[in-house]
Design a binder for this molecule. Structure first.
Ligand code: PRP
Ligand code: URA
Length: 210
């Protein structure tokens, strides 16, 4: 099957993204919006999950129904900012398992530095959604996905809110089998590796650390 790159231009997502970007939006509202956007993105990104036929006994007869095939999903947020999306995705799929990958960007080299990785034990039987609001140089996403691939999940999808064209290209080339879902592709990266116009530092805005 051909790999998907989906830009989610649903009006609700685009509207919430505009408020999210605003430098006047404070921590409480920012955190709520990241979760709301993540919920809406999950709704769209799970549109492609395979279904299987089942029969359900209702009080009045047998209904021919569908259910999602397989052992279903695992969500893996990239620490820290990816955890801001977690409650939002779990709103729709509360039974999913959750892994965590800890990475931060070295401020001078912009290379990702690994500090944590804990994934569900049965990840090889799950479809994995990696969560991170920002795809900038692409280093963090590529590294996180490489770590997850070592554990052979059924499939991997990457969900981000804003992507830079540079990061999108890097991720597309490094992991040609990974579907990518994002709410908007912005203009470029600045000299410090920040997405322009972007929204600033997602982790700091979610957690109020600056
Ligand atoms: C941010 C963001 C991504 C990464 C993207 O995290 O949440 O993980 O930068 O940049 P890249 O595409 O150039 O790798 P950061 O490193 O600031 O860590 P934090 O979430 O702990 O603040
Ligand atoms: N990480 C962020 O949080 N924001 C950017 O613009 C780039 C990387």
């Amino acid at each position: 099957m051909e790999r998907k790159i989906v830009i989610m231009d649903h009006p609700l997502i685009q509207h919430k993204l505009s408020v999210l970007r605003d430098e006047e939006t404070g921590t409480y509202k920012f955190r709520a919006l990241v979760n709301e956007i993540a919920t809406l993105m999950t709704y769209e990104a799970t549109r492609y999950l395979p279904l299987e036929d089942i029969e359900v006994k209702t009080p009045c007869g047998i209904a021919k129904c569908k259910k999602i095939s397989g052992k279903t999903l695992a969500f893996v947020p990239i620490l820290r900012a990816g955890t801001g999306m977690l409650d939002g995705v779990l709103q729709l799929i509360p039974t999913a398992k959750v892994g965590h990958i800890g990475l931060y960007r070295d401020e001078t080299t912009l290379n990702p530095v690994e500090y944590y990785c804990k994934l569900p034990a049965d990840i090889e039987s799950r479809d994995v959604f990696v969560l991170d609001p920002m795809l900038a140089t692409g280093g963090s996403a590529v590294n996180a996905i490489s770590q997850i691939k070592l554990r052979h999940p059924k499939s991997i999808k990457f969900l981000c809110i804003i992507a830079a064209p540079e990061g999108l290209e890097v991720l597309k080339n490094a992991h040609p089998d990974v579907d990518i879902f994002c709410a908007h592709v912005d203009d470029h990266l600045n000299e410090k590796g920040y997405i322009v116009p972007g929204l600033g530092d997602a982790g700091d805005r979610i957690f109020g650390t600056k």
